[in-house]
Design a protein around this ligand. Structure first.
Ligand code: FPP
Length: 263
């Protein structure tokens, strides 16, 4: 596995933060005449392999979209199955993640999850809090709009108590109030399963992220697929809204002159 990933990594930069929408478990199971649950179980295995492959490739932060705020609208039995599956996966994988220096964080509105799972989640976060080899964020009950709203509410509460003035809320301050506010924004986003949309994932954070879409169904996304995505990323020219000859911008302090040149 290590050999497959290294050529991509050495060809250019490895994303420091990778964010993934793992789509296609149901279709993977359908194609094999299996129940959807079998697709989700295979999805957990693919997630486990991705964590390992990302560690090998040198990705420092991995954020996985495991359960969106909209997924609560799936049939009750599927929601119940997924909650059970997450709990079991966490129980089974926690020691290995911890032994490998991985720091876990769960992001999302956890209020609707059962107490048992919430307890397990906070225990896992506490246990791994000092790990620094890699960060693994799992978005559950997460929605990008929810995240922006909870940040706005937190900041508004600070304004109400007088800790903060409304005029101090700039982009950096707002970003800091988001669930992943203490981490760099994702460099690369991957969505499997053929759809070309962000589906209410990290709406604020993905503003300048490179977006990679592939048709592979999530359970089939392996180290070779990751290597392909990393190679694609290494070939991207990231300008963050600037023009191509921007090295010259730093040579002057005259903002009007710079604005004129880029108009
Ligand atoms: C997407 O496939 C899968 C989900 C929304 C379910 C949750 C993800 C997993 C079980 C993967 C493992 C994750 C972790 C972190 C334990 P889908 O059901 O939307 O598939 P479809 O589009 O083919 O119906």
């Amino acid at each position: 596995m290590r050999d497959m990933v290294e050529p991509a990594a050495s060809g250019g930069e490895v994303p420091a933060h990778l964010a993934v929408i793992m789509d296609g478990n149901g279709r993977w199971a359908n194609a094999r005449s299996l129940p959807r649950q079998a697709g989700h179980r295979a999805g957990v295995k693919a997630a486990r392999n991705l964590v390992e492959a990302c560690g090998d490739a040198g990705v420092r932060t991995l954020t996985l979209f495991a359960f969106s705020s909209e997924n609560w609208d799936r049939p009750r039995h599927e929601v119940a199955f997924l909650i059970e599956l997450f709990g079991r996966a966490l129980e089974r994988e926690l020691k290995r993640l911890h032994d490998n220096g991985i720091r876990l964080r769960f992001v999302g509105d956890l209020d609707r999850f059962p107490d048992g799972l919430r307890h397990r989640i906070s225990e896992a976060e506490r246990l791994t809090a000092e790990n620094d080899r890699m960060r693994l964020n799992i978005a559950v009950g997460y929605g990008g709009r929810w995240d922006i709203l909870q940040a706005a509410r937190r900041l508004a509460a600070s304004v109400e108590t007088g800790e903060l003035s409304a005029a101090d809320i700039d982009s950096e301050c707002f970003a800091g109030a988001l669930s992943l506010g203490d981490m760099p924004e994702p460099d690369l986003f991957i969505r499997t399963g053929g759809e070309r949309r962000i589906s209410n994932f990290l709406l604020w954070n993905l503003a300048y992220t490179e977006l990679y879409f592939c048709d592979t169904l999530w359970p089939d996304f392996d180290a070779t697929e990751l290597a392909t995505a990393l190679r694609w990323y290494a070939g991207r020219d990231r300008r963050f809204g600037r023009a191509e000859d921007d090295e010259s911008v730093g040579a002057t302090d005259d903002v009007d002159q710079v604005a004129g040149r880029h108009a």
